[in-house]
Structures are given as structure tokens and as C-alpha cells.
Ligand binder design. Structure first.
Ligand code: SF4
Length: 217
């Protein structure tokens, strides 16, 4: 078995009792709705999950469709999501995305990368998450956790998430692409944290090129 498959197998076992990710919580409560996954992902950008999840629940009690988002004024939307960072900008993006989905894509979140990336505020990370989680299109969503841990492990030696995605697609078997994000997000939130990672209790430390070098615990 290759190292990458061994790492994935260990992470699946080790993370099965960890708290669900933000997107897992959204799916558990509201089902696999591509529009809700998209807007919660947009709200989560540069925000802590604990804040994002509460704001998502508050918003989704009031509006769950592009039409319902657009029925709110910019001011009303800002007030609903005000606890989240960059709330003014995010309210604007939610309006623009809802408008784009209704007018360009007949009210349905597109299931292909090119169309998703044409929506305002949607970058590669968000597009990959929606494609993978909502539509099961093989995609690797590279967020800060995936980028950091892949580099620490030495799976990649890259400077930005785009390079990381390109390299990971060459070494991670395609049938693991979608779950790779979820596993590394959980590992990054609990063990391989940005500062002071728990190297002493890391179950994949034997594969890691940076063990102990990050002021680890
Ligand atoms: S050994 Fe330390 S740096 Fe390496 S993956 Fe584990 S927690 Fe992260």
C-alpha cells in the first residue's frame, strides 16, 4: 500500500469520533443542498467555523433559496450575518451569487467548475468543495489545513493552494479526492494545528517530514 493510502486509512480511523466539519453539520441538518453548501462555504471564508455555523443557522432559518436571499435588502442581510467577518462584503456576494444562479443558471447551482467560477466570489476552493460534496464530482478542495498539512507531511513542497491542488491530484488516488479535504480539516483542527501541532500524539508522524520542527507539543 502506498504511503498516501496508509495516511488516508489512518486518518479515517483516527478522525471518526472528531467533531463534524462545518459542511458536515450543514448537510446533517439541511440535507445535501448545493445552494446551501455554496452559501455556507462563502460565509465561512476567513471566518472561524464556530462563528460561521451559528450565522449559517440564523440565515437559513430566514432564507434558503436564491429567491429568499434576494427578497432581503442588503441592509437586512448584513444585519442577519453581522457576527461574521467581512459581513458587508459577504452580504453583497450572497446577493450577487443568488442573482447569478437565478438569471444565468435557471436557479440551479451549476455542477461544473467553469460555470461555478463565473459566479461572483466563487474561487477554486469553493468550487471544488461544492463539486465534490454536493455533486460527487472528483475534486480536491485545498483550504489552509490541506495546504499546511500536505506541506508538513512532505506530500507536496508548494507555496500556494493552487500548486498544492495540482500536485495532490497527481499523487492522491482519485477515489480519495473528495474525502481528503474533510480528513485534513479535522486533523488540522485537532492535531496538526497551525501553531504548536500535537506531534507527540500524531498517528501519522512516521510519514511526516516536519515532525517536531513547528514548536510542537
Ligand atoms: S507529526 Fe506534527 S507536523 Fe507532522 S503531521 Fe503530525 S502533527 Fe503535523
Amino acid at each position: 500500500m502506498s504511503s498516501i493510502k496508509k495516511i488516508i486509512k489512518i486518518l479515517k480511523q483516527e478522525t471518526k469520533d472528531f467533531s463534524p466539519t462545518l459542511i458536515e453539520q450543514i448537510i446533517k441538518k439541511y440535507g445535501k443542498n448545493p445552494f446551501l453548501i455554496l452559501i455556507c462555504c462563502l460565509l465561512s471564508l476567513r471566518s472561524k467555523d464556530i462563528v460561521t455555523i451559528n450565522v449559517c443557522h440564523t440565515l437559513l432559518k430566514i432564507a434558503k433559496t436564491p429567491q429568499e436571499i434576494l427578497s432581503l435588502s442588503q441592509d437586512e442581510l448584513e444585519k442577519i450575518i453581522f457576527k461574521i467577518g467581512f459581513h458587508k462584503n459577504k452580504a453583497e456576494v450572497l446577493h450577487q451569487v443568488s442573482h447569478g444562479i437565478l438569471n444565468r443558471y435557471n436557479g440551479k447551482v451549476p455542477a461544473n467548475r467553469e460555470s461555478l467560477l463565473k459566479l461572483p466570489g466563487v474561487g477554486q476552493k469553493t468550487a471544488n468543495l461544492v463539486l465534490g460534496v454536493a455533486y460527487r464530482v472528483p475534486s480536491i478542495c485545498v483550504d489552509i489545513h490541506v495546504h499546511r498539512i500536505s506541506n508538513r507531511l512532505g506530500l507536496v513542497g508548494t507555496k500556494n493552494p493552487e500548486e498544492t491542488e495540482t500536485t495532490l491530484k497527481k499523487i492522491v488516488p482519485q477515489n480519495y479526492w473528495i474525502e481528503f479535504n474533510e480528513l485534513l480539516v479535522k486533523w488540522g483542527q485537532n492535531i496538526c494545528t497551525p501553531t504548536s501541532p500535537w506531534c507527540s500524539k500524531c498517528a501519522i508522524k512516521k510519514f511526516c517530514k516536519r515532525i517536531g520542527v513547528e514548536k510542537s507539543r
